[in-house]
Design a binder for this molecule. Structure first.
Ligand code: SDX
Length: 380
């Protein structure tokens, strides 16, 4: 078979790694669609669980299908006490993303593995992961603070229950509604780094818990999901509107990346950033202003002046942290919250990968040498 030499593209930029009908991004127009439905529509009219169903099974569920899905998710929110006991051994100084990756992989120890041709197994894995990941994020956070985890509250919906488990009190309805929209916005985004990880891991036909653990580890990096936490650190370092431009000048001189800006695909403002900004303003109106917001607005303006010509605009991570702060979520939990939502997209790609699977095994352009003789250690 003749080997066709395809030009090497660092980071596989612009190289299709799959054919998918799950989501679509137009980076020039700033469009994001889930199964053909615009993200603005879903943010306004859908719920996270309905959106997760749409992403995973490819259509908007009927009333009965959605009720059955929501019921099953409520029923499976609890986690095994052995997983909770394992979390009690995690060091307080450990990062919540490492805790999440560990506990997600641990789920695989408890549930049957690899009946991947059985739709019931697929559904049970989807339900368990969507149901238990929020519980694990909240539980490990409470234990990190030295408290006992609280059990999920079955009469609360998905978003409200997570905020309840995290803050130990039922959230304001607006806070729960805003958080549900945040989950919709973060649910899926074509073949980003963590989704690609999920696909590669899925292609070996391992269990879905290992797939999600692999994706969580990838999302943790500051160039991918970890930027939202760094944005808040950056805004606090800037400290005032007057210091925005001097700070930006320093970043440009040292070629430092400005966290929350830029995107491999979007060359305009990320449509999710636009909606997150609106959500932040809704929360400020009800719960009070955040001084970091005016710094963020000034930074967005300054970055556009300096880097707009290179297509560097706010991405999803720039305003999400300001929303989460208002919801009482600490900054090192921002990326685990991103992961809670993205489990829906990762599972959609896992399921899609299984339909026409072929194990990922790309090639390379070898740049090393050949026929080197071995030098004994005493001669080195
Ligand atoms: C998300 O892929 C996805 O879909 C990700 C995501 C999802 O939903 O899964 O959308 C999530 O968007 C999170 C991204 C969060 N990361 C950050 O905010 C970190 C800061 N951003 C950059 O590291 C960067 O923009 C990336 C990693 C997001 C994208 O980088 P690329 O496509 O590899 O671009 P690049 O690094 O090759 O940069 C191209 C040029 C360079 O300038 P030159 O060397 O050509 O002169 O743009 C510059 C870069 O220096 N640039 C930036 C910049 N991002 C790119 N300069 C300053 N600040 C930045 N943030």
């Amino acid at each position: 078979m003749s080997v066709v030499c395809i030009e090497f593209k660092p980071g596989l930029e612009g190289v299709p790694a799959t054919q998918s009908s799950i989501s679509y991004v137009d980076g020039q127009q700033g469009v994001l669609e889930y199964r053909g439905i615009n993200i603005q529509e879903l943010a306004k009219k859908s719920s996270f669980l309905e959106t997760a169903y749409l992403l995973i099974w490819g259509y908007l569920p009927s009333k009965e299908e959605l009720e059955s899905f929501e019921h099953d998710i409520r029923y499976h929110r609890r986690i095994k006490y052995r997983i909770r006991d394992m979390m009690k051994c995690f060091p307080e100084t450990g990062h919540p993303m490492d805790a999440l990756q560990t506990s997600a992989a641990a789920l695989g120890l408890f549930y049957s593995r690899r009946a991947l041709d059985n739709p019931e197994y697929i559904r049970s894995a989807v339900v368990r992961l969507l149901a238990k990941i929020p519980t694990m994020v909240a539980a490990s956070e409470l234990m990190r603070r030295g408290n006992d985890a609280v059990q999920p509250k079955d009469d609360l919906d998905y978003a409200a229950n997570f905020l309840y488990m995290l803050n130990e009190r039922e959230p304001d309805p607006l806070a729960a509604q805003v958080f549900d929209v945040c989950l919709i916005l973060h649910a899926e985004h074509t073949i980003n780094a963590s989704t690609f990880s999920a696909m590669v891991t899925s292609s070996t036909l391992t269990d879905p818990y290992a797939v999600i653990a692999s994706a969580v580890g990838t999302l943790a990096g500051p160039l991918h999901g970890g930027a939202n936490e760094d944005v808040i650190t950056m805004l606090s370092e800037i400290g005032s509107v007057e210091n925005v431009r001097p700070y930006l000048e320093k970043c440009l001189e040292t070629k430092a990346k400005i966290m929350g800006f830029g995107h491999r695909v979007y060359k305009v403002k990320d449509p999710r950033a636009i909606i997150l900004q609106e959500l932040a303003e809704k929360l400020f109106e009800k719960f009070g202003y955040d001084k970091y917001y005016e710094i963020a607005l000034e930074l967005e303006k300054a970055v556009e002046e300096k880097l707009g010509h290179k297509g560097i605009y706010p991405n999803v991570d720039f305003y999400s942290g300001l929303v989460y702060r208002k919801l009482g979520i600490s900054s090192d939990l921002f990326t685990p919250v991103f992961a809670i939502a993205r489990v829906a997209g990762w599972l959609a790609h896992w399921k899609e990968q299984l339909t026409e699977n072929r194990i990922f095994r790309p090639t390379q352009i070898y740049t090393g040498e050949h026929n080197i003789s071995y030098t004994p250690i005493q001669e080195r």
